[in-house]
Design a protein around this ligand. Structure first.
Ligand code: C2E
Ligand code: MG
Ligand code: MG
Length: 447
């Protein structure tokens, strides 16, 4: 039985479509001929049954990425067959009187009566299990990762918002073994916050008072002197308050916003270094950069020009990259790093030991400094701590010719022990916390 026959919604071929036919076309999906999102929203209230609670079940056939691969490899007609096959499979699993709405290219939703809104209906298990295998499309078995989201029908929520929440649940379900899950407002809130952060970042970059840099002194462990500081980004959002760079930088790195963000950090850090030097402090400022920055042409030119414009030397700046992110197989990355290092810019490998660098990567990487991750340093509170791994990392880094810097020195013991193990430099709350530029000058002058 064809889908349209089952639903009784055949659309007449329209040589010269009348107004009423056009209006109807806009209410049905052209691939499956099922009622579409518009109808779902219009008729949402009627999905609630007067005598029994009902549950929305939203099925997403595949992730967009996967669907695009099907489109690319097998073409649009096949992709449409795939969507129709998915709809057919779903229709076969549902009770005959359940109405299916085709709400986005890959998503279908239906409302089924249930006894208990707090429990997943047995049907969710049936759907997840049926779609866990391959979907046969024109004799080709296609394996997809289906998502099944559940949401109690609540008329006060409205159709559009209910649809969004059910879709969130379907996306979340891909991370869950059972293959289906209820809408979870915490996971939703986290996504909405991430979206908000990205949406508000351009305004923060343009505003004068939202982004600042704090500086954490880096100490030469033998002499106790401070010749370098690390610039750490701070964002005070007008409504959300302070947001950690550990939260917003990784989000920005997923988008084109990382380019203006690093540019802002670079420009601000260099100007403030000019200010520190004019006040008599000979400092190298370390900037955290993203590998994305190095993969873009002209990053090296901009940095070298800015240094020159401010009367700074390349030796006055250091670039930090997180371990493992510097894919040295990108020719442009290697070229820019090499040029910057030849000019005198220091390159550091940040958070070393937290990633999965293999040894050959370490031998090839064009870097000068290796910063040992805090996870190896912070547990150093007294001699009872097993420092076997830490000693191996230090020996290996020194052997490969890196200058070693330890991050996260929180105790007097850690400071002394790392100095004893031959670590050249260190940062940590034991010596100084990150502080605004003005306070850093006071701190330097008080020493
Ligand atoms: P990171 O580059 O490894 O920076 C060190 C982080 O450890 C900083 O956190 C610093 O405040 C914190 N820290 C320093 N000493 C101690 C200590 O003794 N104990 C403890 N518990 N923590 C210590 P922060 O400022 O929150 O930055 C987090 C991460 O965000 C940075 O890690 C870096 O990866 C990223 N980040 C910060 N600013 C920037 C930036 O301007 N650009 C980019 N791309 N990333 C940035
Ligand atoms: Mg860093
Ligand atoms: Mg670090």
């Amino acid at each position: 039985m064809s889908l349209s026959a089952r639903r009784g919604t055949t659309i007449a071929p329209a040589a010269a479509p009348s107004e009423s036919v056009l209006a109807q076309i806009g209410r049905f999906d052209h691939v499956t001929r099922l009622p579409n999102r518009l109808q779902f929203i219009e008729r949402f209230e009627s999905l609630a049954q007067p005598d029994r609670p009902s549950m929305l079940v939203l099925v997403t056939l595949a992730e967009a990425k996967h669907y695009n691969e099907i489109l690319r490899a097998l073409g649009m007609a096949f992709a449409e067959d795939f969507v129709r096959a998915g709809a057919g499979m779903l229709a076969a699993l549902l009770p005959a009187d359940a109405e299916i709405f085709h709400v986005s290219v890959l998503s279908f939703v239906t409302a089924i009566p249930v006894d208990d809104l707090a429990q997943a209906p047995a049907l969710a298990t049936v759907i997840a299990a049926a779609f866990a295998g391959a979907l046969e499309v024109n004799a080709i078995p296609i394996k997809t990762k289906v998502g099944v989201g559940l949401l109690p029908v609540d008329v006060s929520q409205g159709g559009a918002e209910s649809l969004r929440a059910a879709l969130v649940a379907a996306q979340d379900s891909r991370r869950i073994d059972s293959g289906f899950t209820f809408y979870d407002h915490r996971s939703d809130a986290a996504h909405l916050r991430a979206f908000r952060i990205l949406a508000d970042l351009p305004a923060a970059l343009a505003a004068a008072d939202q982004l600042t840099l704090h500086y954490q002194p880096r100490i030469a462990l033998q002499s106790g002197q401070c010749h370098a500081v690390e610039a750490l980004l701070r964002w005070n959002h007008p409504e959300l308050g302070p947001i950690s760079p550990a939260e917003f930088v990784p989000l920005a790195e997923q988008t084109a916003l990382i380019t203006p963000l690093t540019d802002w950090v670079m420009s601000t850090a260099l100007q403030q270094n000019r200010m520190f030097r004019d006040a008599g402090h000979d400092l190298r400022v370390s900037i955290n950069a993203s590998p994305v920055n190095l993969s873009e042409a002209g990053f090296d030119d901009v940095l070298l020009h800015r240094l020159e414009a401010l009367g700074l030397e390349p030796e006055h700046v250091e670039l930090e990259f997180t371990e493992g992110t510097l894919a040295t197989n990108s020719q442009r990355t290697v070229q820019q790093l090499t040029r910057l290092r030849q000019a005198g810019v220091t390159v550091a490998l940040d958070d070393f030991g937290s990633g999965f660098s293999n040894l050959s990567y370490l031998a090839r990487i064009p870097a000068d400094v290796l910063k040992i991750d805090q996870s190896f340093v912070r547990p150093l509170v007294d001699a009872s701590h097993d420092d076997f791994l830490l000693r191996q990392i230090i020996a290996m880094a020194n052997g490969l010719g890196f200058r070693v810097c330890a991050e996260g020195i929180e105790t007097e013991y850690a400071y002394g022990h790392l100095r004893h193990l031959g670590v050249a430099e260190g940062q940590g709350f034991h010596m100084a916390r990150p502080m605004p530029a003005g306070l850093l000058q006071d701190w330097l002058e008080a020493r």
